[in-house]
Design a protein around this ligand. Structure first.
Ligand SMILES: O=C(O)CCC(=O)C(=O)O
Length: 265
């Protein structure tokens, strides 16, 4: 049971830190799973090598191919926390994704909101970003624009790195403002994190991250995305092709083999 204040913060700011939400045992299992995935990644890999030769390892839908990611997505505390934070009666797993900025991988994560990248509509859509290392401002800490989940603004998806996936122009999508150049105009929130800490955030919350400037520490983040019962499938232009579900049509309930119901268990 989460404190009422945590749920209120999530609903007001669109992001909240859940300190120590994930046990050391899960952290050890996810670290090992990440190393397995990097050694032999599946079909949805979006990692790249920077100009300085350092690596950013990104991959998604990894639960589909690894029993430990699968177990975490289904059986960790996250599905129950998602139900509490969103006030949902049913939780589907949308997908999972790893974001590993290796030592010196100093490419920032561009400001964006997630839902325009996704073939999902509805308000009960959220993510949990798990820290698997100590995360600080100089190692690529996530930052959020507090309250931006309520702006009702759909920002055009763009690739995270040169040569990344192309995105069709979404209907009613707009270009994101230059938040970095006008940081003082926004209420930006962020937290130093320890392994096992989790940030819960809404899919419309605008966020970004710095690069990992540390040469002595990886920045391994693992995100799982969940939806409540109000979320429906969207088959129109804009979202990432790798997240589409060929068995669903616009307006369909998400529950399906690709987006399984994970709560109640
Ligand atoms: O870890 C990062 O740098 C980006 C994470 C992110 O954008 C997400 O989990 O939605």
């Amino acid at each position: 049971m989460l404190p009422a204040e945590t749920i209120e913060t999530f609903q007001r700011d669109g992001a909240v830190l859940l300190r120590g939400a994930i046990s050391a045992e899960w952290v050890a299992r996810m670290r090992a799973a990440i190393d397995r995935d990097i050694a032999e990644h599946g079909p949805f890999c979006h990692g790249y090598t920077l100009e300085n030769g350092r690596k950013f390892n990104g991959n998604m839908r990894v639960w589909e191919n690894d029993p430990d990611f699968h177990d975490y997505c289904f059986n960790s505390p996250l599905p129950g926390l998602a139900a509490e934070l969103m006030g949902a009666k049913r939780i589907t797993l949308f997908y999972d994704q790893l974001f590993v900025k290796e030592e010196g991988s100093d490419h920032p994560t561009r400001w964006h909101n997630d839902q325009p990248y996704w073939p999902v509509r509805g308000r009960q859509v959220m993510s949990f970003w798990l820290a698997l290392d100590e995360v600080t401002a100089d190692s690529g800490r996530l930052e959020f624009v507090a309250g931006s989940h309520d702006w009702e603004r759909w920002f055009q998806p763009e690739p995270f790195a040169p040569g990344g996936a192309d995105y069709e122009r979404g209907e009613n999508y707009e270009d994101i403002p230059d938040i970095e150049a006008h940081r003082d105009d926004y209420r930006l929130i962020s937290w130093d994190m320890q392994p096992g800490d989790v940030i819960a955030f809404h899919a419309m919350a605008v966020h970004g991250a710095g690069g990992n400037h540390r040469l002595d520490r990886r920045r391994r983040g693992y995100t799982v995305r969940y939806c409540g019962e109000d979320a429906t499938y969207f088959g129109g232009p804009g979202p990432n092709a790798g997240l589409r579900n060929p068995s669903l049509n616009t307006g369909d309930d998400l529950a399906s083999d690709q987006y399984p119901v994970v709560w109640p268990g």
